[in-house]
Design a protein around this ligand. Structure first.
Ligand SMILES: *[C@@H]1O[C@H](CO)[C@@H](O)[C@H](O)[C@H]1NC(C)=O
Ligand SMILES: *[C@@H]1O[C@H](CO)[C@@H](O)[C@H](O)[C@H]1NC(C)=O
Length: 594
């Protein structure tokens, strides 16, 4: 991160901190007699100076919200070394601030809804001070975006305990061939390093296991060995498969939704995928649904599948503890993902083996264990690893060779070993409000984690700007990843998304496809001019048949694993005995009766 940005963040924290403290103190100090006068016609979120003397750090704003009906001045002091920029309404380096002789901003709020903040692009005046994340999320200061609470670890940065590291790089080999040195000089078989259980006495063999340091890590991409259709990689991840000229690459857009499918969102999906919107090849636009089990209406899932959308798994429990996912064992991942698939297959009667994708809750990837399980269970792809915003977006890749970008996010737990699994990498979206003007801002992976998107207009700009970013470079698939609740939170979001889709399908070079369709194209890269007849994209072209049932069973069920809860399972299939859960995914009961 740039020092400037760190600095801004620091000052932001302090700004908020001092504000709170200042108000507390005022309660004790009593009322400022001048306040009423000063605050007349002045918005409550505007900072201004009481004096041009001093070191330019102090400002006040009007606090009219107090219950007792008096107006008070809340004071703010920038951290030492900074000054308050009255036009930008934020603390900045002293040398940057040219308006210390000015008592108040020359712009009024109505004329200038946006102010420029150092190092981080534009923000609204109030937005700066009250970045609100949807409930359940918290603001991640490092990433400058809303994220799941459990993932935000910089609210109180604690120093990690120091771990002993193995001695992997030495001028002379210190151990016999096939062995490596532990931190204490002990020699241990290379294969035992990073296998999930300590073998060195000092346990150092498990302490350097990242994508870069694992002694048994996958090798760097070797394009002579890694060939399509089964293997795809490129040195920096940005190469187009088949070396197709970018002008001849279809711009694929993958719309995905995470979470339970039920009465809260079925209407939204019907509206977006209303059966009328078609790709240039005459097939309907498609989405990918990463389904979590609890509260899911399997009759609705069955219908999504019937209509040609892709169903993938987002875990069985969606447990709220991110550590559970990061540190999950092989068996945890097995029960969660293979279990979830079993449940969907049974209760949505999906029998064609088409559930082959996984997304990790909170995008907390489970390292090699998750991917080992996936390979064993014939899951074909993961769609959880995020690539931070770069100049050129990254194409999906296979994990036979080392991943072509840094493991940012995902709890730092990306797989280091070689796995026969596709990674449908999530390229972060560029969420700058004005890309021609703003400086760098870290991207966001889920559309709803772009905390600065507050209006439909901003969302519309985000969509088009990111489309252009992909379309005008290497045309890597553009992922639009949503939680339905966000799209439903404002009517204008849904409307803008639909507007965007209609605008795109009016072109001849954009396709809304599922993850599996992306893989199929990559396995057989086909130029735009020949794409109308691309057979692999015709398979799910039309809806199949009619809904399986008009009135699904609404099975009221319990399970010993969730004591006290009665859950309804909606399915066209027969009701099971119990609510399916980790130890009993079929719902038949713990001791399977035959
Ligand atoms: C479950 O989904 C089906 C199919 O979309 C729908 O007909 C039914 O009303 C849904 N039930 C509930 C309770 O949401
Ligand atoms: C489940 O799917 C299979 C294969 O598509 C079909 O033969 C069967 O009738 C379906 N069962 C129900 C209850 O819908």
């Amino acid at each position: 991160m740039s020092p400037k940005l760190i600095f801004l963040l620091g000052s932001l924290c302090l700004l908020v901190g001092t504000q709170v403290r200042a108000q507390d103190e005022e309660g004790a100090d009593g009322v400022d007699a001048n306040a009423e006068e000063l605050c007349q016609d002045r918005p409550g979120d505007e900072y201004f100076r009481l004096s041009v003397e001093g070191d330019c750090r102090d400002v006040v704003r009007c606090d009219k919200a107090s219950e007792i009906g008096v107006t008070r001045l809340a004071t703010v002091r920038c951290p030492t070394g900074l000054a308050f920029d009255i036009e930008r309404q934020t603390c900045d380096w002293k040398t940057n601030v040219k308006n210390c002789d000015q008592l108040e901003s020359k712009q009024t709020l109505t004329q200038a809804p946006f102010v420029f903040c150092p190092g981080s692009g534009r923000c609204t005046r109030s937005g700066l001070k009250q970045i609100t994340c949807p409930s359940g999320l918290a603001f991640d200061l490092d990433k400058q975006t809303c994220d799941w609470k459990g993932k935000v670890t910089n609210c109180d940065k604690l120093e990690k305990p120091r771990k002993v590291l193995p001695i992997l790089k030495t001028d002379e080999p210190v151990c016999p061939e096939g062995k490596l040195s532990c931190g204490n000089g002990e020699c241990v078989d290379k294969e035992l390093f990073c296998n999930g259980k300590p073998d060195c006495k000092d346990e150092s063999d498990e302490n350097a296991c990242t994508v870069e340091t694992d002694p048994n890590r996958a090798p760097d991409c070797d394009p002579t060995q890694c060939v399509l259709p089964d293997c795809y990689c490129s040195a920096d991840g940005t190469r187009i498969p088949g070396n197709i000229d970018p002008q001849q690459v279809p711009q694929m857009i993958t719309i995905t939704f995470n979470g339970a499918v039920n009465v809260d969102n079925i209407d939204l999906y019907e509206e977006i995928f209303n059966g009328q919107r078609q790709n240039p090849n005459g097939c309907q636009i498609r989405g990918t649904f990463f389904v979590s089990h609890k509260y899911t209406n399997y009759s609705a899932v069955q219908d999504l599948h019937r209509r040609g959308h892709e169903i993938a798994v987002f875990s069985l429990t969606h447990k709220e503890d991110p550590q559970y996912w990061s540190q999950g064992t092989y068996d945890d991942w097995l029960a969660e993902m293979a279990g979830a698939r079993l449940i969907i297959e049974r209760f949505a009667n999906i029998t064609d083996g088409s559930i082959i994708g996984v997304r990790a809750p909170y995008l907390r990837v489970g390292g090699n264990k998750q991917f080992e399980m996936m390979a064993d269970q014939f899951f074909v792809y993961d769609a959880s690893i995020t690539a931070s915003l770069g100049r050129v977006p990254i194409w999906p890749y296979t994990l036979y060779f080392r991943m072509p970008h840094r493991c940012n996010g995902n709890g730092g737990n990306c797989p280091s070993r070689s796995h026969p699994v596709w990674e449908m990498v999530m390229n972060e979206l560029d969420r700058r409000d004005d890309p021609t003007f703003d400086e760098s801002l870290p991207g966001c992976h889920m559309v709803d984690s772009c905390s600065n998107i507050q209006t439909g207009e901003q969302f519309a700009r985000l969509l088009r700007h990111n489309f252009n970013r992909h379309f005008n470079s290497n045309r890597a698939p553009l992922g639009l990843h949503f939680h339905a609740s966000w799209l439903k939170s404002k009517k204008e979001y849904k409307e803008e998304l639909i507007k965007f889709i209609e605008e795109m399908i009016a072109r001849s070079d954009v396709y809304f496809v599922t993850m599996v369709q992306v893989i199929k194209w990559m396995q057989q890269p086909t130029e735009l001019s020949a794409l109308r007849d691309f057979q692999d994209w015709k398979e799910t072209c039309d809806e199949k048949g009619l809904p399986y049932c008009s009135l699904p069973n609404a099975c009221p069920l319990t399970t010993r694993e969730l004591p006290g809860e009665t859950l309804r399972l909606f399915t066209c299939m027969e009701c099971p005995n119990n609510y399916p859960w980790l130890l009993d995914p079929t719902g038949d009961g713990f001791s399977a009766r035959k």
